[in-house]
Design a protein around this ligand. Sequence first.
Ligand SMILES: CC(C)(CO)[C@@H](O)C(=O)NCCC(=O)N/C=C\S
Length: 204
Amino acid sequence: MSSLKTDLLKTSGTFNVLVGVTGSVAALKLPFMVSQLLELSGVDVRVVTTEHAKHFYNSAEVSVKIYSDKDEWELWKQRSDPVLHIELRRWADLLVIAPLDANTLGKIASGICDNLLTCVVRAWDTSRPLLFCPAMNTAMWLHPITAQQVSRLKEFGYVEIPCIAKKLVCGDEGKGAMAEVSTIVSLVKEYLQKPDESSLEPDQ
Ligand SMILES: CC(C)(CO)[C@@H](O)C(=O)NCCC(=O)N/C=C\S
């Protein structure tokens, strides 16, 4: 069995967190965020990256498997082969897209699925949590379409981890910075502790 496939075998009792990373400069925080997530009890982590995101982090500093678009085509050669974005959506108990850049926000809001990450989102089982952390220049954040697209994602049932105001790398001051890693990890941790509603006893 290919290593790609064996890497996505589910282990009972483990909570599988899939991190989506896109082309905001905030992607430089990926190695730190992955290391913090791995410190959560019983959590396993995989990453799905877009091509643009690769410019902002050093994959050698990321201790878990990073899937990218080429992996989809390496895994699927013929009809009997597994489809990576479907294997990933089956494996993940939670998806957190951090950072979510303006481009991928627009794609998801419109249902565009032209890469591995947007295909995972397009196939996502909305009974499982999908958290998204917008990150973009303040001018992009303030464009009226941003609020419309964030609202659309919330209509889908996805959970926004709001951006924050900072002095951004381009020198602009204002909203658009990704939420702090500690905030993101704390929110993921809340989902680990939430009992699975389906296992709750119905009210008597
Ligand atoms: C990079 C980091 C985390 C440093 O504190 C912060 O500036 C941030 O989240 N920026 C994301 C916004 C962005 O993509 N700006 C792009 C052009 S200004």
